[in-house]
Design a protein around this ligand. Sequence first.
Ligand SMILES: [Ca+2]
Ligand SMILES: [Ca+2]
Length: 263
Amino acid sequence: MQLRQLTAGIAALAAIASILSANSAQAFSFKVTDGVANPTTGLTNQGAYSEFAKLKGTTTVDFNSGKAPTDGFAKYSFSNKGQSSSVRSDMWAPVGAEGEKNTSSYLAAFQGDNVIINLAKNLNYFGINWGAAHTGNTYSFYNGDKLVRSFNTKDIDQAGGFATYSALHSGTNEAGAQKQQNGKYYQGNGYVHFYADSEDDIFNKIVISQAGGGGFETDNHSFHEGSGKFNFNTESVPEPGVVMGLMTVGGFFLRQRRRAKVA
Ligand SMILES: [Ca+2]
Ligand SMILES: [Ca+2]
């Protein structure tokens, strides 16, 4: 076998491995972006909104009424009756898509008072404006009582960090913060998109919790209904699954063999 063909064969095997891993159970992804201004009003002082806020099947909760909804599509409740966690408006609100100060109401969660969001339908996407990040900010996605996947601040750091480290949110040296040239630590802000890679990863309950000190500040939650893979790069246009993927790779090998025969 020619070296070029061998290399192509290895690349094809790597493609199979990546297709299989992307489709195995418990595959659940996230991406960090800047987000966008309020997609309805264009206002930039209300934090960052999801790029998918206008996608069909998406519901967005912005807390601008000063309350978390307790009925409708997304029902919010507090594990300790909202004794410490609440909707509020102060300097710790997640900043906007271009780092603008957010003067609107947002949701803050603290240790011992988890925020539970029960959804009326299955979801394959949940996006949040995550702000003033602290170690121990945690999201847990459930399908009924079954935990699908948890994420915390370290996961964001390890994947490349937040979109913005804001001078509006000075902090300490911990997960979610970055040291600046002035020697201070600024806390991470950004729009974080969590989504299912397969039908095994859909969810209908989200728990927002804080382990340890500091608060967990979020705004502009977007929920997308779906019972299969959420295609982040193509705005939910269905893609062929693993079977089609393997057929394509198989076809590739066949073409390589034919080419070798001709040669
Ligand atoms: Ca808000
Ligand atoms: Ca915080």
